[in-house]
Design a protein around this ligand. Structure first.
Ligand code: PAF
Length: 286
């Protein structure tokens, strides 16, 4: 695998692969790679695609400077992990100046999709995500790009952006990868204390239990129940739990309002902000 740091070198590599008849796949990441990322990269590598993995901690999507400062950066380990476990062709690890030679002033509007959940609690976050992902799409011009379903709202917003900008690429969402105890893999897990790591799997356990019981409660009652159960675990604090339509991301008043119900949660485990989600039900074709 080749490590490139400039747009020019990346575009040369992509041009050669395209000339050789390869499909181009992009897996955007912020590094600190783990088995969740590896599952995306492995999927991208199927069918002999030429796979670019971008590794870039995008400053414009952080609304909290401390979060940006402490975000784990492990480039050498990331390169080793990709080289040893995948057939990705290129890791693209640009500097901030390479991506933003001048400030990106573009404003994206995703309407109601971005006004809830992460959009509400992290103002500007999705504008930053759209800035970097659209730039990466313009630089790489991939045929297909892979994103994890853990960032459920991000995936919906990226699909919307592709529609709005009429981009000619396919977005593939990939299932959440969990550790054996149920904790969703995340780069932020590396920041958990041993005590935090021990209690964090309770989040998924409680969500799973709520899927078993949902028919006995309204969505509003279920939100209260899940929030209380998580908050009852010493060391965990829910920022929000929302039960939404899986396509519009708007709150559900009744289960019968949709055929695709998803619960999305954000929990502070000490200082570490973890997100996760669970599907209550969805149509077969999704
Ligand atoms: O999901 C992430 O890691 C980031 O939001 C992304 C999509 C790589 C954009 O920086």
């Amino acid at each position: 695998m080749e490590l490139v740091k400039t747009i020019e070198a990346l575009q040369n590599a992509v041009k050669n692969a395209r000339a050789a008849g390869k499909q181009i796949a992009l897996v955007p990441t912020m590094g600190a790679l783990h088995k969740g990322h590896l599952s995306l990269v492995k999927k991208a590598c199927e069918e002999g695609r030429f796979v670019v993995v971008s590794i870039f901690v995008n400053p414009t999507q952080f609304n909290n400077p401390e979060d940006l400062r402490t975000y784990p950066r492990t480039l050498d380990a990331d390169i080793a992990l990709l080289s040893n476990n995948t057939s990705a062709a290129v890791a693209f690890a640009p500097s901030v100046e390479e991506i933003y030679p001048e400030p990106d002033t573009r404003q994206f509007d995703f309407g109601a999709l971005s006004q809830v959940m992460e959009g509400k609690y992290r103002p500007g976050h999705f504008n930053g995500v759209a800035q970097i992902v659209s730039k990466l799409f313009m630089i790489v011009e991939p045929d297909v790009a892979f994103f994890g379903e853990k960032d459920f709202q991000q995936l919906a917003i990226i699909r919307q952006m592709v529609k709005d900008l009429k981009l000619n690429l396919r977005i593939v969402g990939c299932p959440i990868i969990r550790d054996d105890d149920g904790l969703a893999t995340s780069s932020r897990n590396a920041l958990l204390t041993p005590e935090g790591r021990a209690i964090a799997p309770k989040i998924h356990a409680i969500l799973q239990q709520s899927v078993e019981e949902y028919k006995n409660y309204t969505p509003t009652q279920m939100i209260e129940r899940v929030t209380k159960q998580i908050n009852d675990v010493a060391g965990l604090e829910v920022e929000y739990y929302s039960i939404v339509d899986g396509l519009t991301l708007q709150d559900l008043k009744a289960w019968s309002d949709t055929n695709y119900a998803v619960g999305c949660v954000t929990v502070y485990c000490g200082k570490v902000r973890l997100i996760d989600n669970i599907t209550y039900f969805k149509p077969k074709e999704l």
